[in-house]
Design a protein around this ligand. Sequence first.
Ligand code: ATP
Ligand code: MG
Length: 210
Amino acid sequence: MFITFEGIEGCGKTTQLEMLRDHLEWKGRQCVVVREPGGTELGERIRNILLVMEDEAEGIEPWAELFLYSASRAQLVKNIIRPALEEEKVVLCDRFTDSTITYQGHGRGLDIDAIRTINSYSTFGITPDVTILLDCPVETGLKRAWLRIENSEGSPEDRFERETLKFHVRVRNGYLELAQKEPRRIRIVDGTREISVIHEEICDIIDKVI
Ligand SMILES: Nc1ncnc2c1ncn2[C@@H]1O[C@H](COP(=O)(O)OP(=O)(O)OP(=O)(O)O)[C@@H](O)[C@H]1O
Ligand SMILES: [Mg+2]
């Protein structure tokens, strides 16, 4: 069982993923939690490169960015995700291929068909069984994310939080478009509600699928 969490910054992915992990473990399921980019030695190094490049004057070319994310993903799928799925564990992944389509495609404007092709290689063809799309207005998500940054001594952990509002609106709309195309896999969950209410809905969705 492969579950991914998607949505704009601050929509509640990490919060809800951790709560679902607790729920599933309570039900006796073995879970593996991973994040993108990262989750392996190579992936964490790539994550650091992406963070450092944010502060460099040179910036990062969108195609270069796409390949860095893809390299991290290939390593993560091969070393962690695929073996865990083979052992029939539940894999919970904080962002996956849909993020690449929405951020690099809808957000940065790279060719979406090309991204899909690259995704199919970087994942070795593995696709999520269910994707929880936490949807909320961009202003709500960014406000939450900024609050979190202020509370953690101000070093932004995510490079995209500094992007313009318009960029995030394109990303949000991109997600909603993907969900329309793949309604069976991608479940839209209203992320504006209380944390516990959202959690209950996600548990319902996953319990039915498992
Ligand atoms: N439903 C909610 N209502 C109010 N606050 C929330 C809700 N869900 C999460 N938060 C808070 O908003 C902040 C962002 O949540 P979280 O880190 O889970 O989002 P995220 O989607 O993982 O963000 P990012 O993409 O930046 O990793 C946290 O401080 C969290 O406690
Ligand atoms: Mg998060």
